[in-house]
Design a protein around this ligand. Sequence first.
Ligand SMILES: Nc1ncnc2c1ncn2[C@@H]1O[C@H](COP(=O)(O)OP(=O)(O)OP(=O)(O)O)[C@@H](O)[C@H]1O
Length: 358
Amino acid sequence: MSTGFNKKGVKVGVLLSGGVDSAVALYLLLKEGYDVTAYHMKTVKDELYITKEIKHKVCCSPSDTFDAQMIAKKFGVPFKIVHVEDVFKEKIVDYFINENLLGRTPNPCFFCNEYIKFGVVMDIALRDGMEYVASGHYARIIDGHLYKAVDESKDQSYFLASIRKEKLERIILPNGNYTKDEIRKIAQQQGIHVAQKVDSQDLCFLPDNDLKAFFKDAGIEVKQGNIITTDGRIIGKHEGLPFYTIGQRKLGIAAGSKFYVRAKNVEGNFILVAPVDELYDKHMVVSDLNLYDELPNEFRATVKIRKKFKEVGCTVRYEKEKGGRLFVTFDEPTFAVTPGQIAVFYDGPKVVCSGVIQ
Ligand SMILES: Nc1ncnc2c1ncn2[C@@H]1O[C@H](COP(=O)(O)OP(=O)(O)OP(=O)(O)O)[C@@H](O)[C@H]1O
């Protein structure tokens, strides 16, 4: 690994989840000579996991806390638990609910990185006297700039593009130069007990991605409404706007097989559906920007508009006024451009800026 410096005894707080990636990050930091302290955060109350049968792995359950503690013990580093349940509820869960109720598609992991992991928890670590904070994310920071991971199939720069530029100088991402296979191999060689643990699959506060149960438990009433085609025909009922995303095909109605969700209308509580060729857009507007460099008035980039999406080339016009907006023209018509989702702009492997699709 090369993080660019080798400072024996320099204090680093590692965000330790109990998964394989941050366990290996911890090991790699120790190997470089850093003085490491582990910080494990609790984002949701343990009851959520204890009272439900959960099929998929998430990142912040009681068993993850146990695993994190075992890893810290194995390597003989101090282990601190940080309770962020309240601020997590306010900044992440409530944002998730509100965006859904506004008919938009939120990205809570993106904002968790900004507000919680590299916000609240990082601030605590720095206040404790840590000089750097590290995580097991797959991305790289080079000369204060955010880059994709070497292993592009595992790259998480998309989720980290919310982090403010000033913070990057204090962050170390030891895993960014490795492939996932290499990380698992190191874990195996070092006898780390979670070497084969599966990756997190769902949102930590939304076990098994069960949105219906989530809204019910939160006491939020979600109303049924009409599914309407772009030529004005009502073809069925939807079960509530939050349960559908732009580009979704399975509508659960017989007449729906050739239609995709084109838009969600909150005022009228209806879903607008269209044949696939109507779901391609040539333009989008992006605001709530996080810039890593001063932007020119116009520039070329590639852009990623959701988690599992192959970047597409684009031309961008930057309007600096009113907090900053980007007017984007895709090189090719692009499927399911989704309001609320995050757009991250790249110059090759380097992250240029990010923002929220309007
Ligand atoms: N509960 C937690 N406490 C502290 N850090 C966490 C926690 N959950 C996630 N992280 C940090 O965020 C990083 C990315 O987490 P994420 O769940 O997205 O990925 P992951 O590949 O499953 O990581 P890991 O294998 O380390 O669990 C982790 O490597 C870790 O550094």
